[in-house]
Design a binder for this molecule. Structure first.
Ligand code: SF4
Length: 322
């Protein structure tokens, strides 16, 4: 039975504020291009150690083109090229790849590599590093793997910073993961600086431009919204931080991976909806979410840009030359 249009319930208006910047950052863009270029140059298969970026849609699209995703180098056969993900890897990984004679391409984001070099420098100057980050995240594992064991201590919270008892409190440096909450990290650094006044660190912290801009963009629209949708994967650190930022601004926030994840019950009583996407979520998924909303609502979309981004990272020289 078909229902005549006159008998359908009226579509409710929905004001949609779309945060900008949102979605892909320069590091993610570069990492995906590296895999695509490697496929063009070497042909399939190209192996990728760990998800190139934390987004299932991106990973599945690259699988279709011939990329094979594995978690360890042991799963990479001899004689095939391998790409290391944007999150970075411990030094032992390229060393082992070189030992095996594998062709490897490092897609570590240049902003993560910058933290790696800072870690090496601090340890060379004899300082112990307090690293602010999330235990088990591949970026944290990669950064710890830049220096000999025992030279870095992980701090996840203000409480951890309060309880820290380093062997040489006068000889400390701090570094941070690139995708943290700007506000939480400032609070942790404040504890470290109060307890260890001679601690040295980067200016501000190492949180990258893309992470802080996306958090600022959420803050810029949150006050006008009843609910925030964040497009991103559950293992994407910067997407989870966007959910937290919205919640701290006093509104409910939901993480969705695709348009189909939206539960329309969330939108009952919502007049203005905020929408953003983590740094590993493509714009195509933003459009998919808007289309899904338009199935039920008369959507009035407005983009609110808090800052312009123009960052572009060069490809590794070996790929550019090829
Ligand atoms: Fe690089 Fe930041 Fe993007 Fe991570 S979120 S890939 S650190 S630009």
């Amino acid at each position: 039975m078909t229902i005549s249009p006159e008998r359908l319930p009226p579509r409710l208006p929905l004001r949609l504020l779309v945060a900008a910047p949102r979605g892909f950052c320069a590091g993610v863009d570069r990492a995906i291009t590296i895999v695509e270029r490697a496929l063009e140059i070497y042909g399939k298969p190209v192996y990728v150690r760990h998800e190139i970026v934390h987004n299932k849609y991106v990973v599945d699209a690259l699988k279709e083109k011939g990329a094979v995703f594995v978690e360890t180098l042991d799963d990479v056969p001899d004689d095939v090229p391998v790409v290391f993900s944007a999150h970075g890897v411990p030094k032992a990984v390229p060393d082992k790849a070189a030992e095996r004679g594998l062709d490897y391409i490092d897609a570590t984001c240049p902003l993560v590599s910058k933290v790696h070099r800072q870690a090496e420098r601090q340890v060379q100057s004899g300082r112990h590093i307090v690293f602010i980050g999330h235990k088990g995240h591949p970026e944290v594992i990669g950064t710890f793997g830049q220096v000999p064991e025992g030279n870095m201590t992980l701090v996840e919270t203000k409480e951890d910073a309060e309880q820290l008892s380093p062997r040489d409190p006068a000889n400390l440096a701090f570094l941070t993961q690139t995708t943290l909450s700007v506000d939480d990290t400032k609070a942790i650094i404040a504890v470290l600086e109060r307890r260890f006044p001679s601690i040295i660190g980067p200016r501000g912290e190492d949180i990258c431009y893309a992470t802080s801009n996306r958090q600022e963009a959420v803050k810029a629209i949150a006050a006008a919204c009843d609910l925030m949708l964040v497009i991103g994967a559950p293992n994407s650190s910067n997407s989870l931080r966007l959910v937290e930022v919205a919640e701290r601004e006093g509104i409910d926030a939901k993480l969705v991976q695709r348009g189909g994840d939206i539960d329309f019950a969330w939108l009952e009583g919502v007049g203005t909806l905020g929408l953003t996407a983590g740094a590993s979520a493509p714009e195509l998924l933003v459009r998919e979410v808007v289309d899904r909303l338009a199935e039920r609502f008369d959507v009035e979309e407005q983009v609110i840009e808090s800052v312009k981004e123009r960052m572009v990272f060069k490809l590794p020289r070996s790929l550019e030359a090829a």
